[in-house]
Design a protein. Sequence first.
Length: 284
Amino acid sequence: MFDHPQDPVHLLDSLIAFVDEWQGIRPWYGVSEEKLQAVTLPHPLARLYGALGNMPGADGRPFPFWRQDYLLPFELTRNEQGRLLFALENQGCWSAFTESSGDDPPVWIIAEPDEPVLEHPSLANFLVTLCLHELTLGAPCLYSQDGIKTTLEQAGFRVNPLWLHGLYPCLDQLLQTQFYLVEGHALVYQDHWIGFSSSEAAEPFATLLTEANRMHPPQTGNLAEYLAQPDANPIVKRIHFERLARDFQQQADSLQAKADECRLAAEQALQQGSTTQPGTETDT
């Protein structure tokens, strides 16, 4: 994955494949082709929204790439001064713009009016870095611990390079960023942040992690308790019940197809029996 940093198609394919491996992707997580065809979009954004634009986030968030910084949902993207606004920094320190079309246009990072505009050379590169950034910092179990990559390696864990060519805005510059995947269950970002796909996935690493460095409590996954709260986010409720409805509908369609197959097999068996039934033999 992510081995050809100059190939935008490969980068987006790798990103979608990784998200599927990390969290799982359902067919309905993508924005509909009807919506995507109604507007012009650069190819990397169209590919990303087409696969993940309706994907729900964890921890009550309506979108997975929406913890520290924000990849805007498809419906909230907009044109400003001839460029497409598609991402924001969480405190409003910068806004990210790109062209409305193209195979892999540049990204312009605009901060305060008196600060220089940063030009990122590749939208695909920016999207991969932003999404991995958000998947790490939005992981169900997150720790901030300096030198965590070295600590893991010294403890015998396999730390595989995942994405080593990312450029991401920090203050007045674009910084080179690195992401690593540990045993398939943990994302390490910049040798400082480590996010786990679940609280259970963090258990083998418990002796290496300092409780004081845990950034937010591990999520138990008990969504029913959250939805029962009076102040539960209505968007989260809607997404949850729509997802349940799709799951049940998918199960119902699958069972209906099996029922139809059984009926057809029964009819074929009956027809076969009627044509092969032995005749009555008489002795002569």
